[in-house]
Each structure stands twice: as structure tokens, then as C-alpha cells.
Design a binder for this molecule. Structure first.
Ligand code: MF3
Ligand code: CO
Ligand code: CO
Length: 253
């Protein structure tokens, strides 16, 4: 692993990119309602981001066609905005990545559309808490396995499953960099967490089985994923700075 820690100046830029991503997600999240299409979400994110002098990082990333990922119900991640309208009772993960002054901030939330069932709410809340448990496991020179262990322990106790083959990542000067941050693993295993490097914690939590199906995106080398059993999947994501004493969540609005 070759990680070059961020300088103080670079950390300031990361803070700005991450705050913008969080503000964008807050802004678009408040507008989500029954009948809205995911293309409308895409346009809101695109316009808001450009207004703030930033670039929506997904747009054109390895050929990804839109400015944001919108993953509804059984779509695990990398859902592509289109003419699909949101229905009462749906859940939708909106994943925003802003590139500002050369730095990337990456954050997502799962929103409930109108009124959802109690089991659905429980899954969404479990995904949010799983992310928090993972973040709380971050220590300087700790391991990525510490994070994954806590996430998977919590999710398993709740009766849900974590997606194994996709997860968090280093982020900063580039969108996706080392290390891989799994949502499962063993304490003390994996890669070392380096102070003044940023990672994302973004567990994907499945209502049923952990297996996912990989689907192609036309014109792109990015894949999107669905649950194999077609049950729901929920996800939350923050970009977090590892510090010399602990961590700091950067994607707060
Ligand atoms: N934001 C996603 C993540 O959390 C990555 C999306 S890549 C895209 O890592 F190309 F699908 F936008
Ligand atoms: Co990410
Ligand atoms: Co993301």
C-alpha cells in the first residue's frame, strides 16, 4: 500500500469538498417525494453542484452516464437515474460525490419515500447504525478489519447481512484509492489506517441473503448491483479523516 497523507492545505480542501457533498445530499433529500423521477434527482444534484463551483464526480467516471447514483429497493448500489418514478413505500439510496478544487467528498443516505413499513424502517435504521459502528472502530494505525468486524457483528445481530464484495475505499486526491474498507472481517486484519488519510465507511445492508448480482451499465466499465433474492438493501456513507488521535467525519452539512 502506498498512501501519501494529506497536508494541512489538502485537508482544508477535503473538508470543503466533503461539506459540499453533504450539503448537496441534504438539499436533494428534502425534495424527495412520491412521483419524483430519479432523473429529476440527477438534475437537482447536477445543477446544485455546478452552482457551487464543483463537479459531480460520477458523471463520466469510467463512463458512468449520470451525476449521482440512485439505488431503489433491491438495487444495492450504483443505480442509474432514469425515468423511474418513486412510489410510496420505496427506499432510495442517493449517493453524492462532489469534486471541488481537485478533492473528492463522498456521502450517501437511504431515504424513505412517503410512509414505509416498520420492517423497512428497521432495515434503514440498521444500515445507518452499522455505518456509525464502523466509523467508531477507526483508530490511527488501526486496521480496516476492525471496521468491518464491528459492522458485520452489528448487522448479523440484527438478523441482516452485509455485502462482502463491495465496500468503502480511500478517497481524497482521487475518487477511489487504497485501502478497500470491507463491511466484514477480523479485528487486526486488512490494511492499516494511516493518519491524515481519508476513507469512506459505506456498509450495504441486505434484508435477506448477502449475495448480489452484478449488472452491466451500457457504455461504462462500472457495474451496478442488485440483491440476488430481490429483497431490500440499504446503505449510508460518510467520508472520514483518520487523525493522529482518532477520526473526524467530514461529510456533515
Ligand atoms: N459514490 C460511489 C461510492 O461510494 C461510487 C459511484 S461510482 C459511479 O464509492 F461511477 F457509479 F458513480
Ligand atoms: Co464511496
Ligand atoms: Co458514494
Amino acid at each position: 500500500m502506498s498512501i501519501r497523507p494529506l497536508s494541512l492545505d489538502e485537508i482544508k480542501k477535503m473538508e470543503k469538498a466533503c461539506r459540499l457533498a453533504a450539503e448537496t445530499l441534504l438539499y436533494v433529500g428534502k425534495l424527495i417525494r412520491v412521483g419524483m423521477t430519479t432523473d429529476e434527482i440527477d438534475k437537482i444534484v447536477y445543477d446544485y453542484t455546478l452552482t457551487k463551483g464543483a463537479i459531480p464526480a460520477p458523471l463520466g467516471y469510467h463512463g458512468f452516464p449520470k451525476s449521482v447514483c440512485t439505488s431503489i429497493n433491491n438495487v444495492v448500489c450504483h443505480g442509474i437515474p432514469d425515468q423511474t418514478a418513486l412510489k410510496e413505500g420505496d427506499i432510495i439510496n442517493v449517493d453524492v460525490t462532489s469534486k471541488l478544487d481537485g478533492f473528492f467528498g463522498d456521502t450517501s443516505k437511504t431515504f424513505c419515500v412517503g410512509v414505509v413499513g416498520a420492517e423497512v424502517l428497521d432495515l434503514v435504521e440498521a444500515a445507518r447504525l452499522a455505518m456509525e459502528k464502523g466509523i467508531e472502530a477507526i483508530t490511527p494505525y488501526g486496521m480496516t478489519g476492525d471496521i468491518g468486524f464491528e459492522i458485520n457483528k452489528f448487522v448479523t445481530r440484527k438478523g441482516y447481512t452485509t455485502v462482502k464484495e463491495i465496500g468503502g475505499h480511500g478517497v481524497g486526491r482521487t475518487f477511489h484509492e487504497e485501502p478497500f474498507v470491507p463491511s466484514w472481517g477480523k479485528k487486526g486484519k486488512g490494511d492499516k489506517l494511516i493518519p491524515f488519510h481519508c476513507i469512506t465507511v459505506e456498509p450495504m445492508v441486505n434484508q435477506g441473503r448477502e449475495e448480489v448480482i452484478e449488472k452491466p451499465i451500457q457504455g461504462s466499465s462500472i457495474k451496478y448491483y442488485e440483491t440476488k433474492d430481490l429483497k431490500l438493501s440499504a446503505q449510508f456513507e460518510h467520508t472520514v479523516l483518520v487523525t493522529d488521535t482518532g477520526y473526524e467525519i467530514l461529510t456533515l452539512a
